[in-house]
Design a protein around this ligand. Structure first.
Ligand SMILES: Cc1cc2nc3c(=O)[nH]c(=O)nc-3n(C[C@H](O)[C@H](O)[C@H](O)COP(=O)(O)O)c2cc1C
Length: 155
């Protein structure tokens, strides 16, 4: 079964709940194995094995969490091939972010790094510091859309 990777960091649980909702959305397609890992534990093999990716972070000091940045730092060279170019080029990707004031700067930092990995960024969900039911619904839908996009890419 093809894999979709969810990589995230969460201290207070908001991003974790969003990750769980995205996982539920992906799994509703019955087409993918979801590999869900905190950023410290995710590695280049997880990224190489994935057909799609969801990346989540709280906004810390107007940037993504350090562990999420570290995941990108540790894996970047591993997904560059001299012959085939970027192995993550066009990989369907979604982001999910939370912050005391909405998480906009962290989202921008993800978009910037995502462009170096040449991900196909489909969409994102942002949350304030308290989780709301409508945000979880949006995350579930985001997961479903990610799965649909990966399916389309595979055809
Ligand atoms: C060290 C630290 C720095 C933070 N910096 C920001 C910030 O710059 N902007 C912001 O909107 N929220 C900031 N926050 C708030 C978190 O982004 C927010 O509480 C988020 O919802 C936490 O996600 P979590 O529940 O998944 O841990 C900061 C929190 C911490 C602990």
């Amino acid at each position: 079964m093809d894999k979709i990777l969810i990589v995230y960091h969460s201290e207070e649980g908001i991003i974790y709940k969003m990750a769980e909702a995205i996982k539920k959305g992906i799994e509703s397609s019955n087409s993918f194995e979801v590999i869900m890992k905190i950023a410290e534990q995710a590695n280049q093999e997880d990224l190489k094995a994935a057909s799609g990716i969801a990346i989540g972070t709280p906004d810390y000091f107007d940037y993504m969490a350090g562990s999420v940045k570290d995941f990108f730092d540790r894996t970047f060279y591993a997904v560059q091939s001299k012959i085939r170019g970027s192995l993550t080029a066009n990989m369907p990707c979604v982001f999910f972010v939370s912050g005391g004031t909405g998480g906009g700067p962290a989202l921008e930092s993800l978009k910037k790094i995502g462009s170096y990995f040449r991900f196909n960024i489909i969409d994102y969900v942002v949350s304030g510091p308290r989780i709301k039911e409508d945000i979880l619904k949006k995350c579930e839908l985001l997961g479903r859309r990610l799965a649909e996009m990966v399916k389309k890419e595979k055809k």
